[in-house]
Structures are given as structure tokens and as C-alpha cells.
Design a protein around this ligand. Sequence first.
Ligand code: SF4
Ligand code: SF4
Length: 395
Amino acid sequence: MQYRINPRNGDRISALGLGCMRFPGPPGRPDARQARAVIARAVERGVNYLDTAYLYPGNEACVGAALEGLGLRDGVFLATKLPHGSVRGAADLDRIFEEQLRRLRTDRVDYYLIHNVTSPSQWEHLRAAGAEGWLARQRAAGRIRQVGFSYHGSSGDFPVLLDAYDWDFCQIQYNYAGERYQAGTAGLRAAADRGLAVFVMEPLLGGRLADRLPPRARRILDAASEPGLGSPAAWGLSWVWDHPEVTMLLSGMSSPGQVDENASVAERALPGAMTPRQHEVVARVVAEFERSNRVPCTGCDYCMPCPRGINIPGCFSAYNASFAHGWFTGLSQYFTASAVRTESPKLVSNCVRCGACARRCPQHIDIPARLAEVGRRFQPGPVGWALRLVTRRRG
Ligand code: SF4
Ligand code: SF4
């Protein structure tokens, strides 16, 4: 395993971290046995950073039980996140944190993040609730070691947030298809210039730069035939690790095999290791990827559940697939995502535009409007009427 040093406190962190959000299992109920197998293999391969969050349903408890069962708590850096929207006052900070420690079966959190910050005003809200004093007390008591935030806001707001508090680290979305998206490359450099450790999330855009890369883009990578870059995932991860400003990247690995694959890449992907030719290949892939990336959904599920039962990420995935893989492939995926062949289909036309989903989307997607586009693509005119008729009859 390759390790990088946290410039803030000297922690030696594995370049590959385990994002626990995508453990296998039905929504809200990660499969404990499989999660334990993934964690065990990750640690075996040298991974020493695990990331979870209060808002990932069932996830903190799953991680806590696995670490206790495997006797690994002291061998890893454990990170979790504070849901700032649930904090009204200092009492909420205590209540949430105590619950997190109970779920994680630990007496301390190594890396504590304000979760999904999209605007500096959210930090100001926490500050007004007493967060600065509270964090200072937790640090002094050794219950929180490092304080940071995960970010999904604009590039313009990012430096403002960086300067709003004495952060130890930040976590940004970063990948070769998003150099100018959210914090982007400018944000990466700004954070590193301030001496912060920078952790990267979504290095493969929820798999869209890995197994779900559009075929034409994949063919560019395959044709390049570069040693050590035998898969789209290897290209995507190596591109992030090529940046010396990156301390660690999180991958949401969901099987021991995926851990093995990514850990092998991590061993070789040193800062500055990619050649100019490899960067040129990536630039061509980006151009191809952007042709089919109509909705920038990462499949994070933050918008779910929809009160009308719509599988929002599934519909967007089908929509993008219809541009990457052809209309019929997308339609078939849409039928699966919207359960058309069941007794109670959940078509995008079921959307009542309540807006609950869009408020939770870290990618700031106007979900109701974009679902309407999905409807126009897959339920045009007579097809839409027929589907709605069938839906009503079954209902
Ligand atoms: S706006 Fe539509 S898709 Fe979003 S939660 Fe409401 S009904 Fe569901
Ligand atoms: S629409 Fe937004 S919140 Fe929902 S899965 Fe996609 S990126 Fe996540």
C-alpha cells in the first residue's frame, strides 16, 4: 500500500480509503457479513482509513460492529460526519455525537466532518449553535482528533469556507471528469496551499468512470493499452493519485475483489506518475464522456426515498445510458428502474414535484425538471399515455 502523510498532524494515511456508504445490502440495511469481509480485506491490504456518516442508514452501526468483531478499531483512522441540518443548538451536537460513538462502539472519532456543506452559511449556522466551542472541548477531551468538512458547493464559495475556521482537512468530490466542478482543481490547490489534508470522494463518479464508462470512451482506454492501467477504474484512480495535493481518496468498495483491484493500483499510482501521453488519453475520454453525461447524478441515494416511490438515481442512470449505450438499452433500464413489469410501476410521470428530493441532492440537480426530461425520452406521446393507462389500471 502507498501511504501519504497528513500535512496537518503527520498521520500516515493509506492513499486508498474505504468509503463505507456503498456496502452491499438493501437500502438502509447493509449486509453485516459482507461489510465485515470488505473491511477485513481492506485492512489486510493496508487500508487504514474508514469513512461513514450519521446519515448513511445503518452504516455507522455496521462499521462499529465489524471493527469490534475484527478487533481492528485501534488499527484504523475512523471518520464520520455531522448532519448540520439536524443541529439547532449545542444539545443537538452532544446528542448526535454520543449516538455516533455508541453506534461506532468507540470512545473517539479520528476524523470528524461537517457533512455535505454546500454554502459557508451552513458553517455560520453551526457556529451560531456553539459548534466552535463544542469542537474545542471534544478535541481537548481526545474524543475528536481532526476536524474537517465534506463539500458539494460552488468553486467560488470554497475558499470562503476554507478561511471560515481552522480546519484540519477537507473532503472534496474530484475526478477526471470534474476538474471544474464544485471545488475542482482550483479548490484542491487552495486547500493544499493552506496546509490542509485533502481527501477525495467520488473518484470514479459512483462507478460511471469505471464499469459504466460509455463504450466509446472505454475503447479509447483499451486502445491506449498502458501498462498498469488495465481497467477504467485503474485509470480513474491513478489520475486522482497523480495529484500530490491529494492525501487520500475514498473508494466505495463493495467486495473483497474490488478491494484487491484498487489496492493493487494504489501500490503503483504515485504522485506525478502519469505520463503526458496518459494525460492526453484521459483528455480524449473526458470529451467522449461529456457527450453522454446528460445528468450528473452519482447514484449517492441522498435524494431517496421519494414519497411517490420513484427510483430517482435508477431513472437518471437509464437516461444517461440511453445516450452512452443506445436508446433501447436505456429504455430497458428505465423499465427495470421504474418497475414497469410489476403490479405497481413507479414512472417518472408519478412525480408530483414536491421538491423534497432536490433539496437533498449534493449535485444540485433540479430533479423534478430532469425527471420530466427522462419522461420525454422514455414516455413520449402515445407510449406515455399507454404506460400511464396500464399503471392506473393496475393501481
Ligand atoms: S419532486 Fe418528484 S421525484 Fe422528487 S421527491 Fe417529490 S415526487 Fe419524488
Ligand atoms: S439525484 Fe442527486 S441525490 Fe439523487 S442519487 Fe443522484 S446525485 Fe445523489
